[in-house]
Design a protein around this ligand. Sequence first.
Ligand SMILES: [Zn+2]
Length: 131
Amino acid sequence: MRYTVLYMADHTQHKKMLEEMMVTLREELETIASYNEENGDWVAIPVAEDLGSADDNLAADATEEWGNRRALVSQLEMRFHSVKLALQKYEEGTFGRCEMCNEPIEEARLVINPAARTCKTHMERERELPL
Ligand SMILES: [Zn+2]
C-alpha cells in the first residue's frame, strides 16, 4: 500500500479545493436559481414583478435584469458542472489526466484550475469536450 501511494500523484489538495468550489458555486446559484434534481439543470428564478408593468422603464429594467441573471446562471452552471465532473473523475481514478491525450495534466495548471480537463497542449480545445 505504502509503495503504491509513493508512485501516485497526490491530488488531495485539488480535491479539497474542488469541494470548496462546489460549496461556493452552489451557494451562489441558490440565490438566483433553482436546482432540478431530475436532470441536474439550474433554472434561473424569475426577477419578475415589474415585467408586466405598465411603466415602460420598470418593465425594461426587469427585462434587462432578467437577461443578466440568466447569463450569470449559465456561466455559474458551466463552472458547477466542470467542478462536479472533476470530482467524479477523482472518484473514478481518472482525475488529473487530459481527456484528449490521456497524459497527466501539468501540476501548475491544476493548481490554477483543479477542474481543468486537458493538458496545456490541448487547453484551446477544452471547449470542444462534451459536458
Ligand atoms: Zn492533452
